[in-house]
Design a binder for this molecule. Structure first.
Ligand code: PEP
Ligand code: MN
Length: 338
């Protein structure tokens, strides 16, 4: 349940409304937006008399909330959340965030050269996996801690904040100290222990949508992190599993619109894992920006044919440059910028 206050309500009226809700047995979350202040009930709101609540001075309206997610719900927080990932680098506002880089960190030369190149053509963050969730145990598993060191070197060389995937709760403290954005991959979207622990850290979390998860399940996973107190959650649509096999996954662009409507959290799109094919990445990126995403995360490799992971979906730095010019044009058409 949410209680919407009237414009110009007084301090006493607000306190009165909060007391009344607490008497009904819930915790109250206060969201002060640009237009209005909203009181959100956390917990079971059955004990609250809606008619009485609505008759209180200073209260405009009371709405029941049927969705199971509260903190992630736009009804509780009407304004868009803007997440700062590094000083001056944000996602969720007018400016789109573009993160680019290889699927996996492979060497110092590789990650630093790609970082420099994508930075020169407009990326504001560097992606690169050090711990890789691979389908086969025989496939390259990532460089691990050494990969994280190399990401730090690339950050030192360029100033780009780094986004990288965490798989294991044991590594949380290390990640908090060494990376800028912690990625939860599709395969861990419902690793609830991991999500609970990430609710307690002071770091932005990029939460990818699971391979076969509904929008509601995805938002409930975000809720785990928010409920723990970490409000810096960025969602990422990366394609879902459907009957279609031509593409690696099916990019669910309607999910971007749905999530932007249901939630205040920023939503990025990963056209690389969504399509699995480098030649599709540019057009899918343009479509995602047109659909209203808040940012893109794109795999870029200097030598895709020899990439240790996901070469077939990686674009070259030159292709990234051309993509960025077009993304800028589409962004302008939909009132955004890069
Ligand atoms: C990745 O970003 O490299 C990755 C493994 O993504 P996903 O979890 O979306 O498959
Ligand atoms: Mn990949």
């Amino acid at each position: 349940m949410v209680v919407i206050m009237k414009p110009g309500y007084s301090r006493e009226e607000l306190d009165h409304a909060i007391r009344e809700m607490e008497r009904g047995g819930v915790n109250v979350m206060i969201s002060r937006g640009t237009e209005t202040t909203i009181l959100g009930a956390e917990g079971n709101a059955q004990g609250i008399d809606i008619e009485k609540m609505e008759s209180l001075p200073g209260v405009e309206r009371v709405m029941r909330v049927t969705e199971p997610y509260k903190k992630a719900n736009r009804k509780y927080h009407p304004d868009d959340t803007v997440v700062e990932i590094a000083p001056g680098v944000t996602v969720g506002g007018k400016k789109l965030l573009v993160a680019a880089g290889p699927c996996s960190v492979e060497s110092e030369e590789q990650i630093t050269a790609i970082a420099r190149s994508v930075q020169g053509t407009g990326a504001q963050a560097l992606r690169g996996g050090a711990f890789k969730p691979r389908t086969s145990p025989y496939a390259f598993q990532g460089m691990g801690y050494e990969g994280l060191d190399l990401l730090e070197k690339a950050r030192m060389a360029t100033g780009l904040p780094v986004v990288t995937e965490l798989m294991n709760t044991d590594d949380i403290d290390y990640f908090v100290e060494h990376v800028d954005v912690i990625q939860v991959g599709a395969r861990n979207m419902q690793n609830f222990d991991l999500l609970k622990r990430l609710g307690k850290v002071d770091k932005p979390i990029l939460l990818k949508r699971g391979l076969s998860n509904t929008i509601e399940e995805w938002l409930m996973s975000a809720e785990y992190i928010l409920a723990g107190g970490n409000e810096r959650v960025i969602l990422c649509e990366r394609g879902i599993r459907t009957f279609e096999t031509f593409t690696r996954n099916t990019l669910d662009l309607s999910a971007v619109l749905a999530v932007k409507r249901q939630s205040h959290l920023p939503v990025m799109v990963d056209p690389s894992h969504a399509s699995g094919q480098a030649w599709m990445v540019e057009r899918m990126s343009l479509a995602a920006v047109a659909a209203g995403c808040d940012g893109l995360i794109i795999e870029v490799h200097n030598d895709p044919i020899h990439a240790l992971c996901d070469g077939q979906q990686s674009i070259t730095p030159d292709q990234f440059q051309s993509l960025m010019a077009k993304v800028g044009a589409v962004a302008e058409c939909v009132g955004r910028e890069i």
